[in-house]
Design a protein around this ligand. Structure first.
Ligand code: SF4
Length: 476
């Protein structure tokens, strides 16, 4: 049914016209539904809806149909069950990170949305943020809801800064508000039950960076849990950013972990969808993806600002957190990536950390759009940078790590050097200095797997600790 699905997206505009036409008449069926009873009517309609939508859209009968908002591309066909735009792992040719043989479902959705809108604005500007799936409604008919005049889903409301509960900002939040150039660094948790192994790698950054990101099963590989590693750093006077990936836990576990992290002194979290399990050391594992990054942001905000779980149940004491999200300007759909970012900021992201930047002109294009939309004034944009010891290592990363783009010219420059490690470090420092002059960039996030020595040298030698940010918006 894959080809029928693509055909439907190509004809999204015609489908939308048919839907709009039918909507005008479908209410006439309401008295009939009442006469035979809603339950019996649903029993009669459901099989017809299932067969029709399965054939045309590869529909999974989630019971919360969003087809007319997603360009007639069903987001249930996304391998990560993303509900709010593409993940950061889309391949350069627009195929899926998880299933390389098929087009990314969200690129299809964007194309279908453009056909419906008949303009080039893209989808995300028109599409309301979608809530996480209500699994209890799987199998329900959406057509019966349309007949009854009820909506098939309730969009996530836009986050308002006025909702943020007054609190004492932590170190990273204060740095972001100060207007100086922010520096964060990434540390992978150890494959060890010994906390000293983690502290030894992280402590060198004390006073050198504003926060230390603790990855959450990066690349689908198992390590010490990010919540435990973050708590260890907080207990040792460091400032962790607890990375929360939606891949491994459902909404019950994630909310419990967020509360636990806050109780243990963690003040910053980074909400991400997460890499697929297929590239990691447990490809047999079941990916969860109960939430995506946008719905996780909304839930985390609700816990902090409204003091409640996603279910609406009240917390006795709300966590106080500085909440961030990720962005990847370096993968398709390039022009629509800024809308993806906007959606995360609308959901409440106060800071953004991007994927590795090896291509400054590409970042400049992205930041131009960011500034045009005023997004740098609503959230702090911290750009990811990093280094590897050789061109071979970089090529491996491009081929095996989803969402990495490295220009051929840079690979050649490093590959041709007599000392590739030194050249890669030099290139990284040059990229940092170029990034630091881009208006709207609030800082850099330095990454490099178990390469802390070099990361420390890069931070010191690039001189970024003493920089002011080139014109960012008013502090949030
Ligand atoms: S690339 Fe990502 S967003 Fe697109 S279909 Fe695959 S998993 Fe979903």
């Amino acid at each position: 049914m894959y080809s029928a699905r693509l055909w439907s997206v190509r004809h999204a505009r015609a489908f939308q016209r048919i839907y709009s036409f039918l909507e005008g008449y479908i209410q006439w069926l309401r008295p009939l539904v009442h006469a035979i009873g809603p339950r019996q009517a649903e029993t009669a309609i459901r099989p017809i809806e299932r067969v029709t939508k399965q054939f045309l859209f590869d529909c999974r009968m989630c019971g919360q149909c969003v087809l007319s908002s997603t360009g007639m591309a069903c987001p249930m066909n996304c391998a990560k069950q993303m509900r709010n735009g593409p993940c950061g792992g889309v391949r350069p040719d627009g195929t899926c990170e998880v299933n390389p043989g098929v087009r990314c479902a969200w690129i299809e959705a964007i194309n279908g949305g453009k056909r419906i809108a008949s303009n080039t604005k893209g989808l995300a500007s028109a599409l309301p943020a979608l809530p996480p799936l209500d699994h209890a409604r799987t199998g329900e008919s959406s057509w019966i809801k349309v007949i009854n005049g009820s909506s098939t889903y309730d969009p996530i409301p836009r986050f308002s800064e006025t909702e943020v509960v007054a609190h004492l900002p932590g170190r990273l939040e204060s740095a972001c508000q100060s207007g100086r150039f922010v520096v964060t660094v990434e540390v992978a948790p150890p494959d060890s039950a010994d906390p000293d192994a983690l502290i030894a790698r992280a402590i060198r950054f004390k006073g050198l960076v504003d926060a230390i990101n603790i990855t959450d099963g990066a690349g689908g590989n198992c390590h010490m849990s990010s919540v435990a590693a973050s708590a260890i750093l907080a207990a040792n006077g460091l400032t962790p950013v607890y990375q929360v990936a939606c891949r491994d836990r459902n909404r019950i576990a994630i909310q419990g972990d967020i509360l636990g992290a806050a109780a243990l002194g963690v003040q910053n979290i980074l909400c991400l969808t997460g890499d697929d399990v297929s590239q990691g050391d447990h490809p047999q594992a079941k990916p969860v993806f109960d939430l995506d990054a946008v719905s996780l942001l909304h839930i985390a905000r609700g816990m902090c600002d409204r003091g409640q779980y996603a279910s609406g149940r009240k917390l006795d004491r709300a966590p106080s957190l500085f909440i961030g999200a990720t962005a990847n300007p370096f993968v398709p759909p390039y022009k629509d990536r800024v809308l993806n970012l906007e959606r995360k900021i609308d959901a409440g992201a106060q800071f953004i950390q991007t994927q590795f930047c090896f291509d400054v002109p590409m970042l400049e294009d992205f930041m131009r759009e960011v500034r045009a939309r005023g997004l740098h004034c609503r959230s702090r944009i911290i750009v990811g940078v990093g280094t590897l010891s050789s061109a071979k290592g970089l090529r491996w990363m491009v081929q095996h790590v989803p969402g990495i783009h490295v220009p051929e010219s840079l690979l050649k420059r490093i590959g041709d050097a007599a000392d590739q490690k030194a050249e890669a470090k030099r290139a990284c420092i040059e990229i940092i200095q170029a990034i630091a002059s881009i208006e709207g960039v609030a800082g850099v996030h330095v990454m490099g797997h178990k390469n802390e020595d070099v990361l420390e040298q890069i931070i010191i030698e690039s001189g970024i600790r003493t920089l002011a940010t080139p014109t960012i918006g008013a502090a949030s």
